[in-house]
Write a protein that binds this ligand. Structure first.
Ligand code: CA2
Length: 146
């Protein structure tokens, strides 16, 4: 059975507790259920991981090679800063769909650039947590499990 890694970066463990005007009221646990249910529609399994540490996210991308067919990645603020995450995706050649809950282009200019986007298959931003479900569907299509 194909398995996807749902990888979330810094501060996303706070979802549903603060800034509901930007990120809504859904928790990370709710997002994991959403991803699991969507993946199951396509006969896929998921593993979920969240870390506030850049190196742990790099390690998770490396480890995904061989164990997962693709990654749904919300790297949070590291999206805007991390060449290391960009290099990890390029280096492992794993299929990544980048997700942002908010529309990063409608926010502060420092959020407009993502180091993840050029290394990813695609990027979904601004449709709320629905973006995670769309990303799972996009990977299912890419991996031909539909
Ligand atoms: O829109 C997104 O998903 C972001 O990746 C979220 C990041 C932000 O740095 C990116 O620019 C866009 C921040 C996640 C922090 O989430 C919080 C949730 C509740 C309370 C505080 C932070």
């Amino acid at each position: 059975m194909a398995s996807l890694l749902i990888l979330n970066g810094p501060n996303l463990n706070l979802l549903g507790t603060r800034q509901p005007d930007i990120y809504g009221t859904v928790t990370l646990a709710d997002i994991e259920v959403l991803c699991r249910d969507t993946a199951a529609e396509f006969g896929m399994d998921i593993e979920c991981l969240q870390s506030n540490h850049e190196g742990a996210l790099v390690d998770a991308i490396h480890a995904a090679r061989g164990t997962h067919s693709g990654i749904v990645l919300n790297a949070g603020a590291y999206s805007h800063t991390s060449v290391a995450l960009h290099d990890a995706i390029v280096g492992t050649e794993i299929a990544v769909i980048e997700v942002h809950i908010s529309n990063i282009h409608a926010r502060e200019s420092f959020r407009h650039h993502s180091f993840i986007t050029p290394a990813a298959l695609g990027m979904i931003s601004g449709v709320g947590v629905h973006g995670y479900s769309l990303a799972v569907r996009a990977l299912a299509e890419y991996l031909n499990v539909i």
